[in-house]
Design a protein around this ligand. Structure first.
Ligand SMILES: NC(=O)c1ccc[n+]([C@@H]2O[C@H](COP(=O)([O-])OP(=O)(O)OC[C@H]3O[C@@H](n4cnc5c(N)ncnc54)[C@H](OP(=O)(O)O)[C@@H]3O)[C@@H](O)[C@H]2O)c1
Length: 349
């Protein structure tokens, strides 16, 4: 990036996430979209096949920032940046084993790859890291994600990640959580663990439990009923992806996530995250992260999980400006005192 000129940003993917990330980033950057299918929106476009190293190599050079909105197990774009230089923000949902495999390419890296840079993982991993800084003795972290039957989402997210989590077991455990209004008390279905990568790297060896609930009570009740008779895995995948396409506008359902830390099964503290629309918030967060990253360039070469690069405190104001609301929730009776600045300093001395 030179002087006051606008940065050049490559957005990979013309699915739901890629389309709206490109639209948003166009406000401050010259955007080129690289995708397999032609994008919905007009604008500079380069064809790319992410499973083909030559195709990837021919597209990636010459950008100030690359934002990858596609999940591919090969991670060729990320490996190319590590080898040849540049900065890439990955918004796709990588499992912990995929992140670990990418890290094995980081030795002697010339470029920087930031992974887990969306909402979950992403903003929610920042909240996790913040809670674990205050309560380092916590042995468990929990993430509750809200979904809506009518929300925006592409086949890769809904038919890939969400369906895979829901249909992987015969019967899931459930848990009761107090969520932000209007959801209040909800019975949520436990669908994943820290290995699914939804906490980024924030869990650091602790137990991670991922839950979700649908904001439509009738749908959540149906899922709970199917779960109670061990039939969830028989819900066909096509039912989830039926009719999914890139919409003209993103939906605005009320988000009601919760991140909390626990010790010996008892909640210590948490954050409630609310806002308008899962994808709206993901896109807004990616925009904040992209701008923060460009401000910090050059960043150490290698592979970094977002919450290891920036803190919630640093980005809170900006995230609130783009539509996030955060509420700190102390436990009714906390089994652990938080680490304050003075007690942390005392312990260190
Ligand atoms: N971290 C978060 O908070 C968050 C939030 C939302 C979504 N996500 C993740 O973001 C990813 C995308 O979600 P989405 O809703 O945008 O899904 P989507 O609409 O299905 O988009 C996926 C895109 O990937 C492209 N693609 C797949 N394989 C490719 C390949 N080999 N080469 C080139 N392009 C390829 C598809 O191209 P075609 O159209 O040609 O098939 C499509 O454009 C998913 O991994 C999802 O889990 C993360």
């Amino acid at each position: 990036m030179t002087g006051n000129s606008r940065p050049r940003v490559l957005v990979i993917g013309s699915g739901v996430l890629g389309t709206f990330v490109a639209r948003t980033v166009r406000a401050w950057a010259d955007v080129v979209v690289a995708s397999r299918s032609r994008p919905k929106d007009p604008g500079p476009h380069l064809p790319i096949e992410l499973a083909d190293p030559e195709s990837v190599a021919s597209v990636l050079g010459g950008f100030d920032l690359i934002i990858n909105c596609v999940h591919t197990p090969e991670l060729l774009a990320e490996k190319r940046v590590l080898e040849t230089g540049g900065t890439l923000l990955n918004l796709s949902n990588l499992s912990l084993s995929e992140s670990a495999s990418l890290r094995s390419y980081a030795k002697g890296a010339r470029g920087t790859v930031i992974i887990n840079a969306g909402l979950s993982p992403g903003v929610n991993s920042l909240l996790c890291a913040d809670l674990l800084t205050r309560y380092p003795n916590a042995d468990e972290i929990r993430l509750v994600m809200s979904f809506s039957c009518s929300e925006s989402g592409g086949p890769q997210a809904v038919g890939g990640l969400a369906y895979r989590l829901l249909a992987r077991g015969s019967r899931h455990r459930t848990g009761m959580f107090t969520l932000a209004a209007p959801y209040a008390e909800r019975q949520c279905i436990e669908v994943g663990s820290e290995a699914d990568g939804l906490f980024g790297d924030a869990a650091e060896g602790r137990i991670g439990r991922v839950y979700f609930f649908f904001v439509e009570s009738w749908f959540q009740r149906s899922l709970l009923a199917l779960n109670s008779v061990a039939l969830l895995r028989f819900v066909p995948q096509w039912l989830f992806v039926l009719g999914l396409k890139v919409p003209d506008e993103l939906t605005s359902e009320r988000k009601g996530d919760l991140v909390e830390v626990a010790l010996k099964g008892q909640a210590i503290a948490g954050y409630r995250l609310t806002g308008s629309g899962d994808y709206r918030l993901t896109v807004a967060a990616a925009d904040v992260f992209g701008r923060a990253l460009l401000d910090r360039t050059p960043v150490h070469p290698g592979v970094h999980s977002l919450e290891k690069m920036v803190t919630f405190t640093e980005l809170r104001t900006e995230l609130e400006r783009v539509g996030f609301k955060f509420e700190f929730v102390p436990a009714k009776s906390s089994p652990v005192e938080p680490v304050t600045r003075s007690s942390a300093a005392g312990a260190a001395s």
